[in-house]
Every structure is written in C-alpha cells, then in structure tokens.
Design a protein around this ligand. Structure first.
Ligand code: SF4
Length: 418
C-alpha cells in the first residue's frame, strides 16, 4: 500500500527523536481541540548564535537501514514500520511548514539506505532543491553519512549550515561490540574533512570577495550514555579529543533509551541514565569554558561522576587544600574553579574589583549561590563557611534533599522490539 506523506512524517519524525545532536526539547504535547500541536510532527528546537531559540523540522530521510547497530530502533533486524522520503517531498514539507510559520529550519538525519553514497546523494538533492529551486536561506543541519564519498561530503557542506557525524560510542571496543559495521576511522575521516573545509572557508572568506560557504555553523556529534559499560572518564576523554582534534562546536550526550533486546545491551526495563547525562553536560561545560581537562575531573580510581554532587564541586572537594580562595585577590582563571561561580559571576567580580573591595554582601547581590560558595572563599580575609574544611563535613551541608527527583522528558516508549 502506498504511504501518504502524513504516514511517512509520523514514522520518520518519530524515528528522529533519538538523535539529540540538534538539542531537541523532546516535548510531546497533543492537540486537545485547541490551537497548537507538537506531537509527532517532528518539530524541535535549537539555538542560534545570538541566543534565539529556533524551531526545526526534525526528520529522517529514511529509517530503512542496511546496518544493524544493536542500540538503534531503525536497525535492519527490527520488525518496525519503514518509510523513505523523496528529496522533493522533504523540500516541499520544509517550505510549506516554513510558510505557515511552524519552523525556521530543517534538521535532516538518515539511516543508511542501499549504501552510504546513495543516502548522501538523496540528502544533497534535498539541499539543492531547497537552496537553489526554492532559494531557502534558513538554517539547515544535516547528518554526514559515515562511509560516503568525500566529494559528496564536500557538496553537502556547501549547502548546509551545520553538519554532524554521530560517533555514538566512545571506544573502538564498544563500536565493535554494538555497531560492528562502523569503525572509528569511518567516523573520524568525515570529521577531519569537515574541520579542514571549515578552516579553508574561514580563511577564504577573509581574503576573497565571493566564496562558497562551508558548514558555517560548525560540526557536532552525539554519544550514547549507558548502552555500554564505558566509564564517564572514557566518554570525557573522547569528548576532549573531539574538541581538540576536530574543533567540534558541541558534543551532545544522549541517555540510552532501551528499545531493543540484546546480549550486550542493558535490560529493556532499565531507565535512561538522565542524571548521568546531566553530569556529563556539566563536565563538558567545564572543558569548554572553565579551563578544566578530563584528567583533573576523573581518574582511573574514580572513573565516574558522583550523582549527588556536580563535577566542579567534586573537583573542589578533592583539591580542598587549594581553598579558601580570597575573592579580592584570586586571578580570573582560579575564580572559575570556585563552586558556584560561573563565567558571568567571575567577570562581574573582576569588574567590581577594579573599583572597590568585594564584601560578602556584594556576592549576595551578584546572586552567587553562597550556600555552596561560602565554603570555598574568604572576603577580605574572613571565612563564612563552617569551622571545618573537611570534605566530608562540607558534603553533609551540601547533600541534596533525598526527596528530589529529576524530571524526565519522556517515558520509555513501549514498542515492538526484536
Ligand atoms: S547506521 Fe544509524 S540508523 Fe542504521 S542502525 Fe546504525 S545507528 Fe541506526
């Protein structure tokens, strides 16, 4: 039976929700007869460089896959509804949604149908119709298909704003176990090509008047958390490597949602490790903006983050001999290491220090969370924490309320699995 566009949209928007590399909100709110519906239409959100939240049509080109990655709902061996869009259909949907003001851009991912080149060619054709035929200049984020010809990656890069290659698992061994048709090299090689293309584009655009753009919004990737026994340390080592080696804009983490059975997979009833995902995002922030490196935050004796305390707090407690720091003297780089002090607060403190000494009341006015920070600072030589600077004593004061429970974005889907 021929599938309608709506059938395809339902199947392929639903299949795309496992990809978080465009920062989807994961919202699923059904229409109850009033205006507005965000369910199954595949609309997600991302943020532009100026902080604006923009809506994207988030879909797969196809969920027919020749690969059989153990963790994936679209794997070849799963008995699920399958569908494929034609490039013309995606282009028309994007434009129609755009004209109706539902979306401002497109996030297009795909399973691997027939072979990597065939899938990449279909993605390029979609981009071409949008950019050339419809003259669509809105935001587009696509997935580069591992194993596709570099010429195709180049062509796609000239038509899209952001590209991502999903590494999914942090080690060669894990890839071999759960995604044996993929290899680290087949993932690193398009990342390297995209990095060099972006570098060349930035150089050319400074020296040549009219130059073809190439992935101007940079590249990103995602890693699944909790599908394998990999520690937070190995995930963070890989994250660090990806930022340093390929200059990625973002590494996204996706708490593993058990959708398949498998000897190497967690049980279907396992809850997605959302708090662990959150700790990794906090650590990622420390790598990118606070000057930390992975080995300072974790080590082989303690390879996973504490779920009760954030990574910066744990680092401070492990290095308690470096505290308290005098808020009026400590250099900017050190300020960033004090629990509770973020980049903005550190900048405010530096600015304030140019005109006057900072007292405890000033910190309150700057909205610094003194409940945490007071254990690690002095203001004009005075300490406001408890008498002991023993990490276990500080931990007692800061231990989270046991009734606290993290909210989930969506429940584990009940679906047909192999
Ligand atoms: S290649 Fe992608 S879509 Fe196909 S099974 Fe692997 S993760 Fe899923």
């Amino acid at each position: 039976m021929k599938q309608s566009i709506l059938d395809k949209l339902q199947i392929l928007a639903d299949a795309a929700k496992y990809d978080v590399s465009c920062a989807s909100s994961g919202l699923d709110k059904r229409n109850t007869g009033n205006i507005g519906n965000s369910s199954a239409a595949g609309i997600c959100h991302t943020w532009s460089y100026d902080g604006r939240c923009i809506s994207l049509l988030k879909i797969l080109m196809t969920n027919r896959c020749i690969y059989d990655c153990a963790y994936c709902i679209s794997r070849a061996s799963n008995d699920i509804s399958r569908a494929s869009f034609e490039p013309e259909e995606i282009a028309e949907l994007t434009i129609e949604f755009y004209r109706r003001n539902y979306i401002e851009g497109l996030f297009l991912s795909s399973a691997i149908e027939v072979n990597p080149n065939h899938t990449m060619e279909k993605i390029i054709k979609t981009l071409h119709i949008l950019r050339v035929d419809y003259q669509f200049t809105g935001y587009i984020h696509i997935k580069a298909i591992p194993g596709a010809d570099p010429q195709l990656v180049k062509k796609a890069g000239e038509l899209t704003d952001r590209m991502s290659v999903n590494i999914e698992l942090p080690t060669k061994q894990s890839l071999k176990l759960l995604a044996p048709q993929k290899s680290i090299n087949s993932l690193f090689s398009p990342m390297q090509q995209i990095k060099e293309g972006i570098k060349q584009y930035r150089y050319d655009s400074r020296h040549i008047k009219k130059v073809k753009s190439f992935v101007p919004a940079g590249q990103s990737t995602q890693m699944i958390i909790g599908a394998t026994p990999d520690s937070d340390l190995s995930i963070l080592h890989m994250t660090e490597k990806l930022y340093q080696r390929f200059k990625l804009k973002r590494v996204y983490f996706s708490a593993y949602v058990p959708v398949n059975k498998g000897t190497h997979l967690p049980a279907l009833s396992t809850a997605p490790p959302l708090l662990r995902e959150h700790r990794l995002y906090q650590a990622d922030w420390l790598l990118r903006f606070y000057g930390f490196n992975a080995d300072e935050l974790l080590n082989f004796n303690q390879p996973n983050f504490d779920l009760d305390f954030d990574p910066k707090m744990m680092w401070a407690l492990k290095n308690i001999e470096q505290f308290p720091m005098e808020i009026n003297k400590v250099p900017y780089k050190e300020l960033l290491r004090i629990p509770g002090i973020g980049v903005r607060s550190a900048q405010r403190i530096m600015k304030q220090r140019q005109v006057s000494m900072i007292c405890y009341e000033d910190l309150k006015k700057m909205r610094i969370p003194l409940k945490r920070t007071r254990f690690f600072v002095t203001c004009n030589g005075r300490y406001y924490g408890e008498k002991s600077m023993e990490p276990n004593v500080i931990k007692k004061y800061l231990k989270p309320d046991p009734s606290y429970e993290q909210l989930t974005l969506y429940t584990i889907p009940q679906r047909a699995t192999t």
